[in-house]
Design a protein around this ligand. Structure first.
Ligand code: C2E
Ligand code: CA
Ligand code: CA
Length: 570
């Protein structure tokens, strides 16, 4: 005895009991079945809906439902064409400005000959899930500190943005990536909370004052930010954007009595010119930002293939330099300094050189010192430089009547490294030279980076009896406060002023002012980069105390320096 089939009214009861909606239509999209959930959702009950097509029903319905049924006609057609089940999430306006989200499965049914017979539709309201998902995304996408997008979501959203565009025809996009120069010093000197406040304020400035109608803002980590904006490749636009960031970062950060200053280095890339994906773009922007830093920070660089090549070279050089520290590839040359009045050679400056493993890695200190600084290798190497220079001086001093000073350049990160003072003590102890004959050359950037710590370190050096010179004066902040606040013995006028002193009246004025200021503070003033007799005569007339430059002597190996110091003459 065969089991009788389930009576149709029971099937209908079952379907009506379901919270999911169920709809069945024929091949012409005529509605054959709609369960209670479906009827409630579309407000069908008052209508004579049975046997009507999607579009006929749409005509009878209020606007929101009409729009839903019209788009339903389109998805029905797509599903027939696909000849297989299609599942998608559909957003339907809820009439209150929001949306109701449905997970909808459309299943086309075909007869044995492959002709369409029915369309079965099952759907479920997933609004609650969707909202939870959105809330979750908001939480995980946000950088907690600044409220900007975090790195991962900046990448996700930016990629979504790129995916919507057509590389051939869409307007170009500009990606700016920047970080704050010497931000670590703010953290170190004033604490992480202050540092966090600077980052928050920076984020606020970017959000409210960037002046872009559409942009994506992210904090990629640490003090690194990214901005994606529609832009085009007009160099003026890129310049404008670069300057905007520079200006926002350079504005003082005030916290009650305390005012902090920083600057930003920005890398700029274009989509699609410099990369099609956000990963590529961020990579290139990073190179450009690096280039901006190499160009002296507080500025921007636009990516170019030449820049990328330069970046590659720098990366190769960096690897070779790191290795070079262990391979003893570094050595020192010395450049003499002459007193303007007595004409005696009073000192030498130790200058670092390196023997590259291959000719293509030939580089001067202007190129390799910044890399050694960025990689931190200068800390270790700097200790060696100091010890080597001191012991060289000890050898010379043993042979000359008039003692000379050896000047050693000290990088900012070296000065601020915890082992610095120990390294100085060790160099002095091993060479057994009088500390008064060691002169450390510092630049203003080493002082601004962290004035409080710098002043403690400088005091300790003074206590040891070491001499201090302020190097490259005139190129940096040239703030009088540095000269008065820190007790230097000598001021070195940067060679860029000396070079143009005869041709550029404003450089002449600057040099005059530096000499006057130095003397007023009781400092000895040294001119570096003196190449011609005419320059020397002029500097002499202006009251400069000592000269250093090709005119007096080029940087040379110790053996070549010895005769100039009178070694072997006595
Ligand atoms: P700096 O401390 O300003 O050194 C003076 C630079 O001027 C040297 O360049 C020197 O060779 C060059 N110079 C000297 N006289 C003349 C001249 O008459 N005309 C011209 N055009 N140049 C002259 P160098 O040796 O290439 O060093 C460049 C920079 O690299 C140095 O500038 C210094 O900032 C850095 N550096 C060099 N050695 C060391 C080191 O041992 N430690 C650290 N931290 N930095 C170093
Ligand atoms: Ca120097
Ligand atoms: Ca200098």
């Amino acid at each position: 005895m065969s089991t009788p089939p389930l009576p149709p009214e029971l099937s209908a009861l079952l379907l009506d009991a379901m919270t999911d909606f169920v709809i069945a239509k024929d091949a012409q999209s005529r509605w054959l079945l709609a369960n209670r959930s479906a009827r409630a959702m579309l407000g069908l009950d008052p209508l004579d809906w049975l046997g009507k097509t999607n579009l006929e029903l749409a005509a009878l319905s209020p606007p929101i439902v009409r729009a839903v049924l019209t788009s339903c006609q389109q998805t029905d057609e797509d599903t027939w064409a696909a000849m297989t089940s299609v599942r998608r999430t559909e957003a339907i306006p809820n009439g209150q400005g929001g949306f109701v989200y449905f997970d909808v499965l459309k299943h086309p049914v075909f007869d044995a000959d492959g002709h369409p017979t029915h369309m079965l539709v099952i759907g479920r309201d997933i609004t609650a899930q969707h909202q939870a998902q959105q809330r979750y995304e908001e939480t995980v996408s946000q950088d907690e500190l600044t409220g900007l997008l975090n790195r991962r979501f900046f990448q996700i959203r930016a990629q979504q943005w790129l995916d919507e565009l057509d590389p051939e025809h869409s307007r170009k996009l500009v990606l700016l990536m920047f970080d704050l120069d010497h931000f670590r010093a703010i953290n170190d000197s004033y604490g992480h909370e202050r540092g966090d406040q600077v980052l928050q304020e920076m984020a606020r400035r970017l959000t409210s004052e960037c002046g872009m109608e559409r942009m994506l803002l992210g904090r990629l980590g640490g003090d690194e930010f990214a901005i994606l904006v529609p832009g085009g490749d007009d160099p003026a636009v890129l310049d404008f954007l670069g300057h905007r960031v520079k200006e926002l970062a350079a504005r003082p950060f005030s916290f009650g009595q305390l005012t902090l200053y920083t600057t930003a280095s920005t890398g700029i890339v274009l989509w699609p010119d410099h990369g099609r994906t956000i990963t590529e773009l961020l990579h290139q922007a990073d190179s450009a930002m690096y280039a901006a830093k190499a160009q002296g920070r507080n500025g921007h660089a636009v990516f170019s293939p030449a820049l990328a090549e330069q970046q590659n070279w720098r990366a190769m050089l960096l690897t070779a330099l790191r290795r070079g520290v262990n391979e003893n590839r570094f050595y020192l040359v010395y450049q003499i300094q002459q007193n303007a009045r007595s004409l005696a050679i009073t000192g030498v400056e130790a200058l670092l050189r390196w023997t590259p493993p291959s000719a293509d890695l030939t580089a001067g200190p202007d190129q390799f010192v910044p890399l050694l600084e960025e990689s931190g290798a200068i800390i270790e190497l700097g200790g060696w430089i100091m010890a080597e220079a001191c012991s060289q001086l000890a050898r010379w001093q043993a042979q000359v009547r008039e003692p000379v000073t050896v000047a050693v350049n000290v990088s900012s990160i070296q000065l601020h490294s915890p082992c610095f003072l120990d390294r100085v003590r060790t160099a002095l102890a091993l060479s057994n030279i009088n500390p008064a004959f060691l002169e450390l050359e510092l630049t203003e950037s080493a002082l601004v980076a962290d004035p409080i710590k710098a002043s403690q370190t400088l005091d300790a050096l003074r206590d040891m009896g070491v001499q201090l010179a302020l190097d490259d004066f005139g190129t940096g902040y040239s703030s009088l406060s540095y000269l008065t606040q820190f007790s230097f013995n000598r001021l070195k006028i940067d060679k860029s002023f000396v070079q143009d002193i005869l041709s550029d009246p404003s450089d002449l004025e600057i040099v005059k002012a530096i000499i006057a200021m130095g003397h007023a503070l009781g400092l000895e003033v040294v001119a570096e980069g003196v190449e011609t007799q005419a320059e020397r005569d002029l500097l002499d007339a202006l009251g400069c105390d000592s000269f250093q430059g090709y005119l007096v002597g080029r940087p040379s190996l110790p053996a070549e320096i010895a005769p100039m110091l009178g070694v072997g003459l006595i």
